[in-house]
Ligand binder design. Structure first.
Ligand SMILES: Nc1nc2c(ncn2[C@@H]2O[C@H](COP(=O)(O)OP(=O)(O)OP(=O)(O)O)[C@@H](O)[C@H]2O)c(=O)[nH]1
Ligand SMILES: [Mg+2]
Length: 388
């Protein structure tokens, strides 16, 4: 697939999106799917949509829709049929059988392809390889039963394919173990760096959020760094950290991270552990939200779900509503809760609006967090005396 991107000519695709169970945000989901596909470099020839209560177990789509897809593909001859869902291996196998000569790419595969085409660091390459191997492991049976059928041995036990599946499974398992080991070494090295920072009493703040929310733009505006920011999904694939002076005697380490998206498969998230390690160990998360986006509240839920997957849901958060320049009648400000603690900051990273308020809110929030932690430590120390 990387060849397609390098050959400059955009690979053509037909996109299938099914509205399952009357999803009210379906139009936004389709728009996001188109962005995601274009972000890889696909030229979308046509979008096919349908409504279903639940996916068809055999083909994901119903039989009428399948006929329509086949007719459209016969006439437009796309290279790829993109399905904006994570489909099961059996559904992929059945579609493959009907739509010969067209590669079936589901949502996970598309995200993996985007990452694989863009990744540049050694760590990133290892992580993508790990994610691809984990994904491949679930699809092995499909590939081999497919070959078996061609040889006329389908359904038989102990055939050459079955033996090969076993061998392939073992080879993949070995590869996964080796990749994990190499990634663990990277994590360990970072651990040492982090511990030395902790010794210096430095707080670590991680910028997280939905893809394209403006995390890298905010990071650049705060640190004067030059991280790549662009109006495309998954512009950032690795973590960048910088020291940031908030005030006199108040220096933190701040990190820009990979963006999240709805339905990010847990395996993929797990493969990105090394990159997300900075987030997992942060004292504070700045969750950047695109204020101008119609489904911003759902983005917050999606991001919180991924944070749960990586065990970072217990870390205190400050919500940063970005891009207020695109919304009418919102001035930069800090929102406080009843206890007078900051919970959200409204700003525009691109227009340098409200950045000082964000610095102020980070200082206040970190002061609260550190006071709570000191209290907790004191409680721990005095606990035995209390019991006596
Ligand atoms: N109007 C407006 N656009 C903004 C603002 N902040 C960022 N953007 C734009 O939003 C797009 C995405 O910005 P990025 O900073 O790359 O977003 P990101 O969250 O890092 O995205 P990923 O790395 O892909 O997850 C870019 O085109 C930015 O110029 C803002 O305050 N106002
Ligand atoms: Mg970014």
């Amino acid at each position: 697939m990387t060849e397609d991107i390098l050959s400059k000519e955009k690979p053509s695709a037909v996109l299938v999106a099914i509205n399952i169970d009357h999803n009210l945000d379906f139009d936004e989901d389709v728009a996001e799917a188109v962005s995601l596909a274009e972000s890889y470099g696909y030229k979308i020839l046509q979008v096919i949509t349908a409504n279903r209560a639940r996916p068809d177990p055999h083909y994901f789509v119903g039989s009428g829709k399948l006929d329509e897809i086949k007719t459209i593909c016969d006439s437009l001859k796309p290279k790829v049929l993109l399905i904006n869902h994570n489909i099961m291996p059996v559904q992929e196998r059945n579609l493959d059988r009907i739509l010969t000569d067209i590669r079936i790419v589901d949502r996970t595969q598309l995200i993996l392809d985007i990452f694989a085409a863009r990744v540049t660091t050694n760590e990133g390459i290892l992580q993508i390889e790990l994610a691809q191997q984990s994904y491949l492991a679930t699809r092995l049976v499909r590939r081999w039963t497919h070959l078996e059928r061609q040889r006329g041995g389908y359904g038989m036990t102990g055939g050459p394919g079955e033996k090969q599946i076993e061998l392939d499974k073992r080879a993949i398992a070995d590869k996964i173990v080796k990749l994990r080991r190499r990634l663990d070494a990277i994590v360990k090295q970072r651990d040492t760096q982090r511990k030395s920072r902790l010794k210096n009493g430095m707080n670590s703040v991680s910028i997280v959020g939905y893809t394209n929310a403006g995390k890298s733009t905010l990071f650049n505006a705060l640190t004067k760094a030059n991280v790549y920011a662009e109006d495309r999904l998954f512009a950032t694939l690795q973590t960048t950290s910088r020291h940031l002076f908030l005030a006199e005697n108040n220096e933190i380490v701040i990190s820009d991270t990979v963006g999240f998206i709805r339905d990010l498969p847990a395996k993929l998230v797990a493969a990105f552990r090394a990159t997300l390690e900075e987030t997992v160990h942060a004292n504070l998360l700045l969750q950047v939200v695109d204020m101008s986006h119609s489904t911003r509240e759902r983005h917050i839920t999606d991001v919180n779900n991924v944070l749960k997957d990586i065990d970072a849901d217990g870390i205190p958060q400050l919500i940063v509503y970005n891009k207020i320049d695109l919304v009418d009648e919102i001035e930069p400000h800090i929102e406080y809760n009843d206890l007078g603690q900051p919970i959200a900051v409204f700003l525009s990273a691109q227009n340098n609006l409200g950045l000082n308020l964000l610095r102020q809110a980070i200082i206040e929030k970190l002061t609260d967090i550190n006071a709570t932690n000191t209290q907790k430590q004191q409680d721990l120390v005095y606990e035995p005396w209390k019991i006596r």
